[in-house]
Design a binder for this molecule. Structure first.
Ligand SMILES: Cc1cc2nc3c(=O)[nH]c(=O)nc-3n(C[C@H](O)[C@H](O)[C@H](O)COP(=O)(O)OP(=O)(O)OC[C@H]3O[C@@H](n4cnc5c(N)ncnc54)[C@H](O)[C@@H]3O)c2cc1C
Length: 400
């Protein structure tokens, strides 16, 4: 359907709110189709073209790698920005015992791939922006929306309106359109902050990812290309400001000591960024002529590194259902299509969301009996191959 300049408002097949990685990958999924897509984003064109580093290094699973390749985005990420994770170790408290996942029997000998978020965003924008059937409207906020039997309608910050057969919200975990469309959600505020940064170190990381559930805070050290690691510190909100403001030399020494000097001397590279830890799972993934994808559907705690992985998978599931209906000449914005999407995607997101929150609850509980349970859990997972295999498959998504 081509927008007719004579018509007011302009009508599209699909209108996407938000050009984050979920919205852009979804738009790109309609390459070489007849569907007309409009993406509306509040950020500027320059911010989309050349996103600033935001400290987030995204661990992509094997399924995500395949989806990124299919979207043409993987080839646009410089090879030197991609770092394979060959092994993962989980530590508890002050014990030196660790749960270990290696990459034996995994494709390419990698559990996953660490890629800077800004490179993912840039690659997806470059792909989506080249499509003749995708229009990206920047510096524009969707201020309100409503739907009727045939269409969804949005009112924009520039005073204009747009209409589409289906509205897809990729407008972040704090999605205002989700609330406006009456979709409730489970939300968990962990009252914690993730502080992320890059650090250079003396010794090689050997492509090992570490998750240290220390008492009082957690520390993840994730291998980037070269002698560089991504550091993720999770602390109670009241401590976060102090850590971000810490003098660099003091910060370097602190992280080096908390990581047991495993990487030798460590040095901060660039800025420290902080993110509030609030997880969200929408109770429904659709309403009339409206669907949720990305963090707007499920915003995860980063400890299991699954937020964008789920976002990528969910957008692919929705795009597949839409294209299947369109190919049969059916209404692709109908309830029938959206129900299938919700069913397929929620089957994946619910266990991952509640499992992750449960893991966080256990590994941040510092009562004496729970500390013992934490140790026991690591030992059981390490020594029971079927359990270890299930966890590994979930984390790497080598089987979908
Ligand atoms: C510290 C940290 C580490 C992470 N690590 C991992 C990891 O290892 N692996 C992983 O898979 N995931 C990880 N994630 C999660 C991942 O970053 C997110 O899942 C992903 O960025 C969400 O993308 P999105 O497009 O859904 O939302 P967002 O990136 O939040 O984008 C939403 C977009 O919508 C726009 N927008 C919002 N409202 C409107 C409106 N009304 N009108 C117009 N535009 C609007 C915003 O400007 C924004 O561009 C991590 C997250 C954090 C914080």
């Amino acid at each position: 359907m081509t927008p007719d300049p004579e018509d007011t408002p302009m009508k599209y097949d699909i209108l996407i709110i938000g050009a984050g990685p979920a919205g852009l990958s979804f738009a790109r999924s309609f390459k070489d189709t007849k569907l007309n897509v409009l993406v509306i984003e509040k950020a500027s064109l320059d911010e989309l073209r050349d996103p600033a580093p935001d400290g987030r290094e995204i661990a992509l699973t094997h399924l995500s790698l395949k989806l990124m390749q299919e979207l043409g985005a993987w080839a646009r990420i410089p090879a030197e920005a991609i770092s394979p994770i060959r092994e993962a170790k989980v530590l508890n408290g002050d014990s030196s015992y660790f749960l270990d996942f290696d990459s034996r029997n995994v494709d390419d000998g990698a559990l996953g791939y660490l890629v800077p978020n800004y490179q993912i965003r840039r690659s997806l924008f470059e792909e989506a922006a080249t499509l003749p059937n995708v229009e990206i409207l920047t510096d524009t906020v969707v201020e309100s929306l409503h739907t009727d039997e045939q269409s969804g309608h949005v009112r924009l910050s520039n005073g204009e309106t747009r209409e589409a057969t289906l509205i897809v919200a990729a407008d972040s975990r704090f999605s205002s359109s989700r609330r406006e469309m009456g979709i409730s959600s489970s939300m968990q505020d962990f009252a914690k902050t993730a502080i992320v940064c890059r650090m250079e170190h003396e010794l090689p990381h050997e492509q090992i990812a570490w998750e240290c559930f220390h008492y009082g805070r957690t520390l993840a050290v994730l291998p980037m290309a070269g002698n560089l690691s991504s550091i993720v510190i999770t602390v109670h909100n009241e401590l976060a400001g102090e850590i971000v403001a810490m003098d660099e030399a003091e910060f370097n020494a602190d992280i080096q000591q908390r990581f047991g000097n495993r990487l030798g001397t460590m040095r901060l590279v660039g800025e420290r960024h902080s993110y509030p830890l609030i997880a969200v799972h929408a109770d429904r993934f659709f309403a009339n002529r409206y669907a949720l994808i990305g963090d707007a559907a499920v915003g995860m705690h980063p400890v299991t590194a699954h937020g964008f992985n789920l976002g990528l998978r969910g957008q692919a599931t929705l795009a597949r259902e839409i294209l299947r209906a369109a190919a049969r000449g059916r209404d692709f914005g109908s309830r029938r299509v959206l129900v299938k999407y919700e069913f397929r995607h929620m089957r994946v997101t619910r266990p991952m969301y509640w499992g992750t929150n449960g893991l966080v609850a256990l590994f941040t509980n510092e009562q004496a009996p729970v500390k013992a349970v934490r140790n026991l859990v690591l030992r059981i997972a390490n020594n029971l191959p079927p359990i270890k295999r299930i966890i590994k498959n979930r984390l790497t998504e080598t089987t979908s």
